[in-house]
Design a protein. Sequence first.
Length: 309
Amino acid sequence: MNFNEAALLVPNYKSLAEALVSLFGNGVKVMRTDRLSGGDINKAYALHLNEGSVVFMKANEKKNAGFFVSEAKALAAIASTSTIGTPKVLCTGTDDGEDVGYSFLFLEYISSGKMRNDYWQVLANELSAMHKAPTDKILSDKKFGFLEDNYIGAGNQINTPSDNWIDFYRDARLAPQFNKADSYFDDEDRKLNSKLLERLDEFLVEPERPSLLHGDLWAGNVMSGPDGKAWLIDPASYIGHAEADLAMTELFGGFSEEFYSSYKEAFPLVDGYEQRRDLYNLYHLLNYLNLFGSNYLNPVKSIVREYVG
């Protein structure tokens, strides 16, 4: 069985009760439900069961069940590399509830632990190992993309497979976001945006190998687990250029210098990464512009002008 088939076997249940009984047996009961902080899109809970287990549950409206199916596949993809910690997926499902329907995702509960002294070095080594892991069992026909479209935050993320990274980044990343944000731009902006897309191959490079990416890799989506090592959560995974993951770690202040030096030692970067970094982060800033509004317009325009202004 290849990954494409295995990823589709994450159990999906039609009620919370059905999920609990199927996973933990008859007689299982939720003894306590703790609301957890963090996350703007979903509600998060720790379900304490009478047989001693604790389950991490995300919940959203029933119409948003696709969020969790996509996240389950991304987490399964990361786990398939056997390189870095990420929560085990237990199931997805929907429930009509007493008042309103909802969707849910059950994950292994990961308790937060104290960082190891070599936390950043280990994160760099394990992330670079994930980026170097073979991807042909995840996406066998093309080099870049994913099994299906998924989400970047609450925004749709197109993953139509391609054999060319620069084409993929143009057609599945920047162009859709520019199109969605069109009302924010004037005619001069649109000319510059088009010019950037046309000249993208002047600025980006094809990777030596395709890499499985976390896809939304900022500090809020990395946690210190019970082993003191970094665990990846809330992915928006696809197969792309490892530089795209590394660039996002620098978007909101960055990780420690020890992380970057260790990463570059384990997985040397192609010359010119610093000149490409903002172009990768343009995708995320465009997504924020589309999700959260005009506070992100000037940073978007600034990056476009940095390359073609």
